[in-house]
Ligand binder design. Structure first.
Ligand code: MOS
Length: 732
């Protein structure tokens, strides 16, 4: 189905099942521990051997020698794979560093060997006997040190220029010129990267944990230099991804190589201490923001430049993209600067671009609003725009940013905020409120599905879409139920199998809208097949309560399949509506914090997000996405940081003890409000993404609340005690 013009009324608008707060249909499997994760396919595969990954002990240089002799003699060892003995490998397009390094080492903990043994413990013990001699080379590991030398944008990412920023900024009555930093961050999903591989002749089956089945399949085939038709990928349950599992990673490749070498299934789970340096991470940024306004606080000039680093061939963190769209202003400049660093690869992590960019921009807005003497909620409303400020011919498909701000302010009791910092005390706590915008673009891409109807009226959906903990199973089931007019209980949803039609996958918050739109397209075809089979008028037929009603006749839906299952397959193909209109999602984030007057300890007291993100397909799962994202935002503001050893070139705190994330006790009452926001331009579902929106801006709202509480303006995330203490007011 082509989607070229805005959606008109369709069966989804009934919202009998869609948009209802249904429980997750995979909930019982998850809560009883019976969902089968990548490392757990015990029933399916026997005689499995275990792999243990050895990561490089240097960041840059070469391996002079790997001595595996002692390890090969260790109990239970079946084989040891290195780049030297696995034979030639191809390379996919999506990773910068190779997944099995050697002799050249491109980053710390790059996989250099897999020890395969009868048991995991034997593999681990033997790995300790492998001796590696390296020749270390000097590398560049400091973004701050590299920054002065990086003054121009990457060739394929020119600056975005509108009007004349420099002149307008110089003439502005109110000016802000400030620099903000965000650290490297790790996804550290609950389930580490894990895979099990088995070969039957030329055919490879991979059980893995991956957000994008089709990418994984293609990249694995390319790396093994085999036909992708010979690769079957399963990933029906995923214990978190956050972007770390968008790509083929070492666990999958090494499991496949190990299984091929010993002609026996092999499973590999990346050991937790390897995750931070072996896989990708969100790269650190240094962001320079300048904003000028007139006397009334209207933005006349805005510039945002962001520096990040990556391995040679890697991409920049696109931290300036929201600054092109979020606020009005005639004179604008945004640009990316990319330093070559020898740290592990930087890549997508939940809301790549905006998550880091909004951390900086939304403090800057707080600062300029204060300079202009305007309330930060009012400042944002004053500078709202209904057109794309970089191209004033182009409108937003739907933009309810002002409503997010107004409703949030009212609900949160914003009028009770004291504009002067450090005025409100509650015992030993200094109390403050902060606000930030939420903004994340809405991306659409082709997505396909297959639907079957059987004689009992059961509808089965098959698509290679994944559920990374987001609720895909449930909203896909709800979509098919709505379209076919059956209860949700009568829908079977099967995901995460490369034998199924290729979906858009889980990434960039496009999954919910695009994958359900693909299911919508397939169901439109199935409805046609049903009416044809039943001899009913397709244009007037109504699908409701397990029946099809048309021309005064009422027929049980299952009757259409009485001679055999009916099957339909289609995909949603998006035209250029996303070019004609700017499609984005919006939020208002409101936070109240308490800061200990003596220790600088920050406690979150209340959090509220008001979101305008298209039709909400399931308010229960969507709310879970947003509160999870708000929690992640709390981590970004207060805790999360991969500490870089700038001499040796690695992330030091590569475990869950040293890399701190929020836990239950850190998180207060969180409230989420969704505005009515049908967007017919986004898809026939009129939905948009919400899982990343919930993160974008939260951290800055916390930073702004800390400022309001204490008068301490910290521009380097995370806002830890050491940065606050020096700025705290004298003990009263
Ligand atoms: Mo997302 S960072 O594209 O999984």
């Amino acid at each position: 189905m082509k989607f070229n013009k805005p959606a008109s009324d369709n069966p989804i608008d009934r919202q009998k099942v869609v948009s209802q707060p249904r429980d997750r249909i995979d909930g019982p499997l998850k809560t009883t521990g019976t969902a089968t994760y990548a490392y757990e396919w015990h029933q399916e595969v026997e005689n499995v051997a275990y792999g243990f990954v050895i990561g490089a002990g240097i960041a840059k240089g070469t391996i002079e020698n790997i001595d595996t002799a002692a390890a090969r003699q260790a109990p239970g060892v079946l084989t040891i794979l290195t780049a030297e003995n696995v034979g030639p490998l191809g390379k996919g397009e999506m990773n910068t560093a190779t997944l099995l390094g050697g002799p050249t080492i491109e980053h710390y903990h790059q996989a250099i060997a897999l020890v395969v043994a009868q048991t995991f413990e034997q593999a681990r013990a033997a790995a300790g006997l492998v001796r590696v001699a390296y020749r270390r080379e000097a590398g560049d590991y400091s973004l701050a040190a590299a920054k002065p030398h990086v003054t121009t944008p990457p060739e394929d990412t020119p600056d975005s220029v509108t009007g004349d920023f420099a002149t307008a900024f110089a003439a502005a009555e109110v000016q802000l010129d400030a620099t903000y930093t965000t650290p490297d961050q790790s996804h550290i999903a609950m389930e580490p990267h894990a895979s099990m591989a088995a070969w039957e002749g030329e055919k490879l089956t991979l059980w893995t944990s991956n957000q994008m089945i089709a990418w994984c399949r293609k990249e694995l085939a390319a790396t093994l230099q085999i036909d992708k038709e010979n690769v079957r990928v399963y990933s029906p349950y995923i214990g978190g991804g956050f972007g770390s599992k968008l790509f083929l990673r070492a666990d999958a490749l090494l499991a496949a190589l190990g299984a091929r070498a010993i002609q026996r299934p092999v499973k590999v789970m990346l050991q937790r201490p390897l995750v931070a340096n072996n896989t990708t991470h969100r790269p650190a940024t240094i962001q320079h923001i300048r904003i000028g306004t007139d006397r009334q606080g209207r933005i006349t000039a805005i510039a945002h430049e962001s520096w990040s680093g990556n391995l040679p061939g890697g991409t920049p963190e696109t931290a300036v993209q929201q600054t092109n769209y979020l606020y009005a202003g005639a004179n604008r400049l945004t640009g990316l600067r990319l330093a070559e660093l020898d740290l592990p690869e930087g890549n997508a992590m939940r809301a790549p671009g905006e998550a880091a960019g909004m951390l900086a921009l939304e403090i800057a807005i707080d600062e300029i609003a204060e300079k202009a003497g305007i309330d930060p909620v009012e400042f944002r409303i004053l500078n709202d725009t209904q057109v794309d400020p970089t191209n004033r011919e182009r409108f937003f498909s739907r933009r309810q940013f002002v409503a997010c701000m107004r409703q949030g302010a009212e609900r949160f009791g914003w009028s009770r905020r004291c504009a002067t910092p450090a005025q409100v005390r509650d015992g030993r706590w200094l109390v403050g409120m902060g606000v930030a915008a939420g903004f994340r673009n809405n991306i659409v891409s082709e997505s396909a599905a297959r639907v079957h109807l059987d004689a009992n009226g059961v509808v089965t959906v098959e698509t290679d879409m994944t559920d990374i903990g987001t609720g895909s199973y449930t909203i896909i089931g709800q979509t098919a139920a709505e379209m076919m007019g059956v209860p949700l209980e009568q829908v079977v949803v099967r995901l995460g199998d490369s034998d199924f039609p290729v979906s858009a996958g889980s990434g960039g918050q496009w999954g919910a809208n695009t994958s359900t739109a693909g299911v919508y397209a397939a169901c439109v075809k199935l409805r046609d097949a049903v009416t044809k089979k039943l001899g009913l008028d397709p244009d007037t037929a109504e699908f409701s309560d397990g029946k099809v009603i048309a021309q005064g006749r009422t027929v049980a839906l299952g009757d259409a399949a009485r001679d055999g299952t009916l099957t339909a397959e289609d995909s949603i193909e998006f035209g250029d509506l996303d070019k004609q209109f700017q499609q984005s999602t919006f939020a208002g984030h409101f936070v109240e914090v308490g800061v200990d007057i003596a220790t600088g300890e920050v406690r979150l007291r209340r959090m509220l997000a008001v979101c305008a993100a298209g039709r909400i397909l399931n308010p229960k799962t969507a709310r879970s996405q947003v509160i999870g994202a708000m929690t992640m935002g709390a981590g970004a503001a207060l805790m999360e940081e991969l500490a870089v050893d700038t001499r040796q070139g690695f992330f030091v705190n590569h475990d869950m003890v040293g890399y701190e994330v929020p836990v239950h006790a850190d998180i207060p009452d969180q409230e989420v409000i969704f505005l009515d926001d049908l967007d017919p331009v986004s898809s026939p579902m009129k939905a948009k993404g919400v899982g990343e929106l919930g993160l974008c801006g939260v951290g800055a709202a916390i930073a702004n609340a800390i400022y309001n509480a204490t008068g301490a303006r910290v521009r380097e995330y995370p806002i830890t005690l050491d940065k606050l203490l020096a700025q705290l007011p004298e003990l009263a």
